[in-house]
Design a protein around this ligand. Structure first.
Ligand code: CTP
Length: 453
């Protein structure tokens, strides 16, 4: 029996794929099709695959041409498969000529003529392109402008800024640039907003009222009520409103949550999340601090995310201690929050005026997860047990600090009208509530008058 193997992504299965599979099958008696897993494909730059792995497998199955389907999960797997499955012929389309000659050592390699005039890329491009506007003045806005390039189905169309660098970047990219928000809104289908949290409510509301979808840095608003009101408005208008915490879209972080939820460390008993930075403080100095986001607004949403995603938002109580820069207590250099849950506890430490180890530790009844600093840019974590022989390490490629995948999900949600947010509305509301309470000093214990040099 001659065994043939071929690999591909098979996104939005088309005529070119079917012709390839037919000819591959005709080369032998048994055809094995390797469908590329999402992660593997991301590492090849195909972040834009529209269908999930399961959908793509189903589509290949439905052709009736594959005798066996396997998933391609890692680089170098082809050699393993060929040896393990006793393959006689490896085949792919002519767009890969030469690339797989190294497999000749293990089996015969056949390149089949690629069908002209059709590709998944073209089919995806035919779908509606979401015209995106970026509103902001800082380097985060710049990152989003750059990441749009990698997201199929999204096009950076307009930028609202008065930052010189961003104006130049926009001009370089030949996109509309203005310093008037309303002008930008007229040009786009959706906006990404990074601004001071106090301005979010007004900016988001205006966008939604103009019929534009919104991706906004967290916290969405400075109160739970306002956040709830905007989600309601978005729903009524059939628009997407998404909380932009990029960590939620980092593959390693997402997998870590799944591992914990599947019981890998037993019952979660304690979470410790720390996020700090000193750069802004050092650059801007004390004089400008009042114009800046305080520590709890800047870091709180990210640091609270794992707590709420793993333990929920139904804590019994919480206390917060802040060290303020000034006597009035307008800017917290450091804030520590302790959450008390019926069967667990969590500590969140955030600061723009202190430096601490930015790690995440989730402790459970069977073991714990350790994510080294800076955990919010997670690409690696360890699961550790009493018996070190059982410890495991995980690494997942992180593209664009999670922004790329976040934009992919946002665009998907805009196109399909269905929510793809990794952050629930409930969590967005809770984050807004706590950031607001701490900023307005409605919390229990507050240390005022802390001075930094
Ligand atoms: N293929 C083909 N003719 C086409 C498109 C694809 O013969 N018009 C072949 C490829 O050479 C490969 C297999 O089908 O052997 C799976 O290709 P895949 O990369 O999944 O599809 P593409 O349409 O090439 O996807 P993309 O546009 O994302 O590169």
């Amino acid at each position: 029996m001659i065994k043939v193997i071929t690999y591909g992504t098979y996104d939005l299965l088309h005529f070119g794929h079917i012709r390839l599979l037919e000819r591959a099958k005709a080369l032998g008696d048994w055809l094995i099709v390797g469908v590329t897993a999402d992660d593997f494909d991301k590492s090849r730059g195909k972040v834009n695959v529209e269908q999930s792995l399961m959908e793509r497998i189903e589509a290949v199955k439905a052709t009736g041409l594959a005798d066996e389907i396997i998933v391609e999960e890692y680089e170098g797997q082809k050699i393993d498969d060929i040896k393990r499955l006793g393959i006689d012929i490896f085949t792919v389309g002519s767009d890969w000529v030469g690339k797989f000659d190294y497999l000749n050592e293990y089996c015969k390699v056949v390149y089949l003529e690629r069908t002209e005039g059709v590709s998944s890329t073209e089919l995806r491009a035919k779908g509606r392109t979401v015209k995106l506007g970026v509103m902001g003045n800082n380097n985060v806005a710049e990152k989003y402008m750059k990441e749009c390039t990698f997201v199929n189905g999204a096009e950076l169309f307009a930028v609202c800024t008065n930052n010189e660098n961003l104006i130049n970047l926009a001009k370089e990219k030949k996109v509309f640039v203005t310093d008037t928000y309303e002008e930008m809104l007229k040009k786009v289908d959706a906006v990404y907003i990074v601004s001071r949290a106090k301005r979010h409510y007004e900016l988001i509301k205006k966008a939604l009222e103009c019929g534009k979808h919104v991706l906004c840095e967290s916290p969405i608003c400075m109160s739970k009520e306002q956040t709830a009101e905007l989600f309601k408005l978005a729903k009524e208008k059939n628009l997407v409103l998404m909380d932009a915490i990029k960590t939620a879209y980092a593959t390693a972080y997402y997998r870590l949550l799944l591992l914990i939820k599947s019981g890998a460390i037993g019952q979660v008993v304690s979470i410790d999340a720390t996020c700090t930075s000193l750069k802004e403080f050092e650059v801007s100095g004390s004089a400008e601090l009042s114009n800046r986001q305080n520590s709890i607004s800047a870091w709180g949403p990210t640091a609270m995310l794992p707590v709420f995603q793993l333990l929920g938002t139904d804590y019994k109580s919480y206390t917060a201690d802040s060290l303020f820069f000034d006597e009035q207590g307008d800017f917290d250099l450091f804030t520590k929050i302790n959450f008390s849950y019926p069967n667990a506890t969590a500590t969140v430490k955030v600061g723009k005026g202190i430096k601490a180890e930015g790690e995440l530790i989730v402790s459970g009844t069977k073991g714990y997860i350790y994510v080294p600093a800076p955990w919010w840019k997670t690409d690696y974590f360890e699961i550790r047990y009493e018996n070190p022989n059982n410890n495991r390490r995980y690494f997942y490629q992180l593209d664009g600090e999670g922004i790329r995948q976040e934009l992919v999900e946002f665009v998907k949600a805009v196109k399909s009208g269905e929510g793809h947010s990794n952050i629930s509305q409930e969590i967005s509301e809770k984050i807004s509530e706590i950031v607001c309470d701490i900023t307005d000093k409605k919390t229990n214990n507050v240390m005022t008058g802390g001075k930094a040099d």
